[in-house]
Design a protein around this ligand. Structure first.
Ligand code: HEM
Length: 537
């Protein structure tokens, strides 16, 4: 229990005893407690925002954004804009210090932000010292269990060792036909939509389509189950995910406000118990997914047990089979891995695919160059499905995708917390200090990428394999260090397959010249209402 909580308890006991001794009624005592709680909260807020932050904190000498009002600090831009926007501004305007960190204030909470690549390295290469904050971890555990995203320390190390080979090159080779089949189904659906009214062209909202398609890829590759979300938008798994990750487009202004604010200020234990409609929907969605995945796990276990010949096709059929065949027996851990892979794997890829298609529409020259590369490759394969090596030999496709990854990282910020007090150069970071690492801001840093960091310039990846970045920590789309995304190659491959199939079959143009979709505020870079004109070639 911290000093503040002890003080609060002492004041509450004091107030109750005083009122009781003076013969007050229970209503008066309750009222007294309420008033004293509010007063303590106000004093604690004022103390952290007006005194601790400026005069006592060991990080008090670090620079911070200009225009930082007392009390609210930098909270307003953070709540009113997509997270990445203020982070890019601050990355450019706050002076660089020797430690490479600066600080921002979200209401009473102070965050350190690593600005230099050295500071980013310090945080990302020591994931068990700078771990995920308890509130973030608790939220993940509540929904997904202790899978790789939520695990810390030795548990994370063991899980990563178990899962890394399952996501290796030999699996990717096996996945290509499944991904290809799903990309063709998406292309067929898009063809059906654009030819519906006798023409060969129409405006399509891409994000719902990419969500359904990437969910289908993850379903077939992870569980060996065909969700069929692209052709059946009412199928229950898709509906469950729409409940778990609601799109802001379908929410009222109040729901949007609370959806962006409550997770930042209330502990997940409390948040998940609130009698609010989105929370109830979340639980219903999660319960459905848990029951569904558990049934799949039991069925798959049986298949593997029944296979007396250790048949590779049974043990390696999909990611779930490979996890069970690896010898992991704990059913709740297997369930956490599957829920984690399904959740982490499809939304991020869907967001990236939607942005990729939007960038093609915005940049016809890039699209033409990519199509030319694909047509030349397709001539060689005589229009048949490409192999992993053929897909990976498409150099312009790689360059295009890297530039999309750089400018549109699906997760604009990652939260961390110092597990122990530590020294970084001359800066003492105290235990419990909150840290925010921003892939969005680092990927657009002019110090690391040059003056044209904001420009969508595919050539930078043609000129140099690293895109000309001045540090290996300049590209954080998939995080870096021991907690780097395990599905990085899986996601890259499935995006390449989707792009090969879609760009070969359709031309993408801006639906409205110069229009840009709004980016959802919060933890992901979800585009709202992303639409493009799609023409069948
Ligand atoms: C474009 C697509 C993707 C992006 C941008 C992305 C990005 C990220 C990022 C930034 C992290 C680190 C989060 C943090 O530490 O706070 C992460 C972790 C993770 N991702 Fe991905 N991801 C993508 C696709 C996938 C896919 C397809 C899968 C699985 C099939 C996956 C599974 C995971 C897992 C299990 C972790 C936790 C790794 C660990 O903590 O060791 N991701 N991802």
């Amino acid at each position: 229990m911290g000093v503040q909580s002890l003080l609060a308890l002492a004041v509450a006991i004091g107030v109750t005893s005083y009122l009781k001794l003076h013969g007050a009624s229970y209503t008066a005592i309750l009222l007294g407690l309420l008033v004293s709680t509010v007063a303590q909260l106000a004093i604690s807020l004022a103390f952290s925002s007006l005194i601790y932050r400026w005069f006592i904190s060991p990080t008090k000498s670090l620079p911070h954004p200009r225009d930082t009002p007392f009390i609210l600090g930098n909270l307003i831009p953070f709540l009113s804009e997509p997270w990445g926007f203020p982070l890019v501004r601050w990355q450019r305007t706050v002076p660089t210090t020797t430690s490479g960190f600066y600080r921002v204030f979200l209401g009473p909470f102070d965050y350190l932000i690593p600005k230099s690549s050295q500071a980013v390295t310090t945080v990302m290469t020591q994931p068990y010292l700078f771990h995920k904050p308890a509130a973030v971890r608790d939220g993940l555990v509540e929904s997904l269990g202790v899978g790789l995203v939520a695990a810390e320390g030795s548990v994370h190390k063991r899980q990563k060792k178990l899962l890394t080979p399952i996501f290796g090159m030999s699996r990717n080779r096996r996945l290509v036909p499944q991904m290809w089949a799903k990309a063709l189904i998406l292309a067929d659906k898009m063809q059906e939509l654009v030819t519906k009214f006798d023409g060969n062209s129409d405006i399509l909202f891409m994000h719902p389509l990419t969500m359904a398609a990437t969910l289908d890829v993850i379903g077939v590759t992870t569980l060996g189950v065909d969700f069929d979300s692209v052709t059946r938008p009412d199928q229950p798994i898709l509906k469950a995910y729409q409940r778990v990750f609601p799109s802001f487009e379908n929410q009222s202004a109040t729901e949007k406000f609370f959806g962006a604010t409550l997770p930042a200020i209330i502990s997940p234990h409390l948040l998940f118990k609130l009698p609010l409609k989105p929370i109830q929907e979340f639980h219903q969605g999660m319960t459905f997914l848990q029951d569904f995945c558990l049934a799949q796990i039991r069925q798959k276990k049986q298949e593997i047990e029944d296979d007396k010949n250790d048949n590779i096709d049974v043990r390696e059929k999909d990611i779930l089979s490979a996890i069970i065949a690896s010898g992991l027996e704990d059913e709740s851990e297997i369930l956490s891995h599957i829920l984690t892979i399904l959740a982490a794997g499809h939304e991020s890829t869907a967001i990236t695919l939607a942005w990729a298609i939007f960038k093609l529409a915005q940049h016809p020259n890039v699209q033409a160059k990519l199509r030319a590369e694909l047509q030349a490759a397709t001539r060689k394969t005589e229009g048949k499905e490409m192999s992993l090596d053929e897909i990976n030999s498409l150099t312009y496709l790689r360059c295009f995708l890297m530039e999309v990854f750089r400018l549109y990282p699906a997760f604009p910020a990652m939260m961390r917390e110092a597990g122990n007090g530590t020294l970084v150069g001359d800066l003492h970071i105290p235990k419990g200090k909150q840290i925010m690492v921003s892939p969005y801001a680092v990927n657009r840093s002019q110090e690391l990428w040059g003056d044209d960091a904001d420009e969508f310039r595919v050539e930078r990846w043609e000129e140099s394999y690293s895109g000309g970045a001045k540090s290996s920590q300049a590209f954080l789309t998939f995080s870096s260090g021991p907690r780097i995304c395990i599905g990085k190659d899986f996601a890259t491959l499935s995006l390449k397959v989707f792009l090969v199939v879609l760009v070969s079959r359709f031309r993408f143009e801006e639906a409205i010249p110069g229009w840009h979709p709004i980016i959802q505020k919060g933890t992901s870079l979800k585009p709202q209402g992303l639409k493009v004109k799609v023409t069948l070639l």
